[in-house]
Design a binder for this molecule. Structure first.
Ligand SMILES: Cc1cc2nc3c(=O)[nH]c(=O)nc-3n(C[C@H](O)[C@H](O)[C@H](O)COP(=O)(O)OP(=O)(O)OC[C@H]3O[C@@H](n4cnc5c(N)ncnc54)[C@H](O)[C@@H]3O)c2cc1C
Length: 453
């Protein structure tokens, strides 16, 4: 059914929060996502004030054969929100930390930077990723690949309970005991199974964290990547390294000495002492004197600044792939498409080291499961003007072709863009997710960014 202006007025009578329709002067802003290229076309936007607004919108949608979706920020924007009533959950920001039991309850709009701030100094952590700007809920529903994932696994596997509004519009607390199948699906299956109001997460130990970025001029790229491959081959689970080749734009926000230059970088975190971190990073520092080296003890509140990702919305086109390895042939291939002299519209190539607990199966895990591949490659560019999207897409295809001997074809839900679900889940998992979706939401009233059915 279509959401007519008359029906929108009816919806407004049920909702305490702001309900915005396509006739609103700020509609283009309201319908937009962090991904500026996502031209989202929802039927309406509802800024929810709590579970009651969510429940009222779902009941309304059901009555009028409409669908709802949730999008707090939009790092994971997809065309699936088109035609839905889009629930903006960003206003639900309560955080309750219980140090004694090692559990935190976060509402649906809490961002990683706020949770990291709340846990700073406690010696405990949740499992944050590179960006402080994403919500804990949006990230965790897609698995959650953290700085600390090698030590503690995917964030989804630390969830103790979900508080959600289900497709009937009823409030429900979902735990392993209350509904093991649904609990399994929610931990990596995305926003398809209910609109989350809050979540309880088990915290993990992190009494001391070292972290930062080492940066070299690009002529050292091959040696830096080789040292990265060597160190990661034997790294303890406490150490996480992400290597970068960066094609820094000639724009004012890049510091003058680096503006318009290619550089190589390695970002790291280490759950342990400064002394042990120094020993582990020594082979990288031995390659050449870094231009900059910020690795030091970091409070949890500073974690989001290590990878220096933009918080502001950006017109970026990104692609990620999982790699079966990162040997010297892979390094040489990467450097053929990511180096000065190669006129590339792509600005970043990032190789993350996975493995450790991310690759260790455990029967209690959700559908996020394990990631067998030891490395992940992210690359992309900014669409700075008309015609750029095609140029960047062609460059992305070029990188994929070059790296194809190492690309396994699997992907991770959180970083997937256009990949089919079969790249994200096994056939068994997909069938199980489909059956759960059919049971809990037979009319497909709730739509995540990666629809299951
Ligand atoms: C710069 C950048 C860095 C990133 N780094 C990492 C990283 O290190 N590790 C990692 O794992 N991922 C990473 N990601 C991916 C990111 O975690 C996902 O895109 C995630 O979905 C974004 O969270 P968000 O808060 O922006 O969610 P949104 O994009 O706003 O929402 C994404 C989806 O989550 C679901 N959802 C969100 N809230 C609710 C709710 N309350 N109820 C039901 N469903 C809901 C919906 O299906 C929604 O479409 C990164 C992305 C970017 C752009």
């Amino acid at each position: 059914m279509t959401l007519t202006p008359q029906l929108l007025e009816v919806l407004r009578t049920h909702i305490a929060g702001r309900v915005v329709g396509a006739d609103d002067p700020a509609w283009d802003l309201e319908r937009g996502a962090w991904h500026l290229l996502a031209d989202q076309r929802p039927a309406a936007v509802v800024h929810v004030t709590g579970a009651d607004d969510i429940a009222a919108t779902i009941r309304f949608a059901r009555r009028h054969e409409l669908a709802v979706s949730a999008q707090p920020v939009g790092h994971g924007a997809s065309p699936a929100v088109n035609g839905t009533i889009l629930l903006r959950t960003g206003g639900l920001t309560a955080i309750d930390v219980d140090i004694a039991s090692g559990v935190v309850r976060v509402e649906a709009g809490v961002r990683w930077r706020d949770l990291n701030d709340a846990l700073t100094g406690t010696g405990l952590t949740s499992l944050p990723g590179s960006s402080g700007d994403t919500t804990v809920v949006g990230y965790t529903l897609g698995g959650g690949l953290s700085w600390f994932g090698r030590k503690y696994g995917q964030a989804a596997n630390t969830v103790r309970s979900f508080e959600l509004v289900n497709a009937r519009g009823d409030f429900q607390r979902v735990t392993h005991e209350s509904d093991p199948e649904l609990f399994w699906a929610l931990r990596g299956g995305g926003g398809e199974f209910g609109i989350i109001v809050a979540m309880e997460l088990e915290l993990r130990l992190a009494p001391e964290i070292q972290g930062g970025r080492m940066l070299w001029s690009i002529e050292h790229a091959r040696d830096v990547l080789r040292a990265f491959a060597d160190v990661t081959a034997t790294a303890p689970d406490e150490l996480t390294l992400w290597a970068w080749l960066l094609n820094l734009p000639d724009v004012p926000f890049v510091p003058e000495p680096l503006r318009g230059r290619w550089v190589a970088a390695v970002d790291s975190t280490f759950l342990g002492s400064e002394e042990d971190s120094e020993k582990l990073l020594a082979p990288l520092r031995a390659v050449a004197e870094p231009i900059a080296d910020t690795v030091a003890r970091v409070p949890l509140s500073e974690l989001g600044s290590i990878a220096q990702e933009p918080d502001e919305p950006v017109p970026g086109l990104l692609k990620t792939v999982l790699l079966s390895g990162f040997d010297s042939d892979a390094i040489d291939s990467l450097l053929e498409v990511a180096a000065p002299g190669t006129p590339s519209p792509l600005f970043a190539f990032e190789v993350r080291h996975f493995g450790g607990a991310l690759a260790r199966p455990d029967a209690s895990q959700g559908v996020a499961g394990v990631i067998e591949e030891p490395y992940f490659l992210l690359f992309g560019g900014f669409v700075a003007g008309p015609g750029m999207a095609e140029v960047i897409e062609a460059a992305i295809e070029g990188v994929e072709a070059k790296m194809s001997p190492w690309i396994t074809g699997h992907n991770t839900p959180n970083f997937s863009t256009t990949e089919p679900l079969t790249a994200l889940y096994s056939a068994d998992s997909l069938a199980r997710l489909g059956a759960i979706k059919h049971r809990v939401d037979p009319h497909a009233t709730i739509r995540g960014n990666r629809p299951i059915a």
